[in-house]
Design a protein around this ligand. Structure first.
Ligand code: SF4
Length: 407
């Protein structure tokens, strides 16, 4: 690592200054930030992201009481990072019936959950009278009839495409039917990296980037909010990461310009966990657990690049551990995610973050956040704490709904 020159520092400061003035930064600017290695420049980037988080969404760290339900791991596809999927009839394959799903929902309600997050493998046998959509609608109807108060955050763009393909329907047909049955929002998973060269290697059977964007945009047009994700830290390059962020930004710009009723509500980085991933990808990536430092810098750049368009940024405690996720709350994140109560997909990949957090554990983590001095602009040297900045760093917590209303 070489020390930054005065010119390097000026260039970075000028980008950060523009961001602090609420201006958009370009993809080239974002890439420059993401490729910095000097600790003092990285700390300027961190502090700017933290300050922008404060300006854009305030000091309250939110969390949601939710339960994750993966209703089956039987899947027609073979993504190269996936340790979750099974073929039907093989060891470890599962497919929950409605009673089992309702029992999990009831247990979640008993713990004051407001949300069920539901996703599963792409199971060609999951049909009623030969129709895939009817199976999914019945699943949703069973939960919403029994627990109408629960928000259902369910079925990724890949699952929407699967249902549409199985039944010969349009994406809009599927989204409308799920919405009418009671799905309240769509997880922005299956995005992985929105770059078809990467997708051809890590998830060749999945929808391509354009289809993911088309389904998410269709959801926004139809009044279904979505989240957004990035599977980071495997074979993708920094410029592919920035291009992914730019795709998400363009989706928001389109939703705003077209006055769609809903948009992307949050952005989540999902650091790649390779411990139990199939051998070829595992050896190509060359490590099993995420690199926290890389993840934190990407977290900060995502806040700086996307914060004007996507206000809520969430780390993944499942993948980073609660300690890592807590640290990410000082690098631009404002939300600690959900209690989950159970998690299979990442845990089967070898993640060490656990599968459940209690509300008390999430709240304790937020209370322990190291609120370092807030960097208020390039005109002040790093570490300078103005009278107001000392109090600006303090964080509190609040439970939220899926759509970020405080509860
Ligand atoms: S990531 Fe999803 S679509 Fe890909 S193999 Fe695993 S369960 Fe199937």
């Amino acid at each position: 690592m070489t020390s930054p020159t005065a010119s390097d520092i000026n260039t970075i400061d000028s980008i950060l200054d523009r961001a602090l003035n609420s201006e958009d930064i370009s993809t080239a600017d974002a890439l420059l930030l993401l490729t910095q290695t000097a600790p003092d420049l990285i700390d300027r980037i961190r502090a700017t992201a933290d300050r922008l988080r404060q300006i854009q969404v305030g000091d309250t760290v939110t969390y949601v009481i939710n339960r994750n339900i993966n209703f089956t791991n039987i899947c027609e596809q073979h993504c190269s990072f996936c340790a979750f999927r099974r073929d039907e009839g093989t060891e470890g394959a599962f497919w929950l019936n409605t009673e089992e799903i309702l029992a999990k929902a009831a247990a979640a309600v008993a713990l004051s959950a407001t949300e069920i997050c539901m996703q599963g493998g792409l199971h060609p046998g999951a049909k009623i009278d030969g129709r895939s959509l009817d199976y999914y609608v019945e699943l949703v109807t069973a939960i919403k009839t029994t627990f109408p108060q629960l928000h259902l955050h369910a079925f990724s763009p890949q699952e929407v495409e699967f249902i549409a393909r199985q039944d010969g329907l349009s994406y809009a047909d599927v989204i409308i039917a799920l919405q009418q049955a009671g799905v309240g929002s769509m997880p922005g998973t299956a995005a992985e990296v929105l770059d078809d060269n990467i997708r051809r290697i890590i998830c060749p059977e999945k929808i391509d980037s354009a289809t993911w964007i088309e389904i998410v945009t269709t959801a926004h047009r139809l009044g279904m909010p979505t989240t957004s994700t990035l599977l980071a830290g495997h074979i993708e390059t920094p410029s592919q990461q920035i291009a992914h962020l730019d795709s998400l930004k363009q989706i928001q710009i389109q939703a705003i310009a077209a006055e769609y009723p809903t948009r992307i509500t949050e952005f989540i980085i999902l650091p790649f966990v390779g411990q139990s991933a199939p051998a070829p990808l595992r050896s190509r990536v060359g490590r099993d657990q995420p690199v926290l430092a890389d993840n934190l810098l990407l977290t900060a750049v995502a806040r700086i690049f996307l914060g004007n368009y996507i206000p809520n940024h969430q780390p993944s405690w499942v993948k980073l551990g609660l300690e890592g996720a807590k640290t990410a709350l000082t690098w631009g994140c404002n939300d600690l995610g959900g209690t989950l109560m159970e998690e299979h997909i990442t845990t089967m990949a070898g993640a060490k973050g656990g599968t459940s957090q209690t509300v008390a554990e999430l709240q304790a983590a937020i209370r322990e956040i190291d609120s370092r001095p807030v960097y208020v602009g390039v005109s002040q040297p790093l570490g300078t704490v103005s009278a107001s900045a000392e109090t600006l760093g303090k964080r509190n917590y609040h439970q939220r709904s899926t759509l970020y209303e405080l509860i």
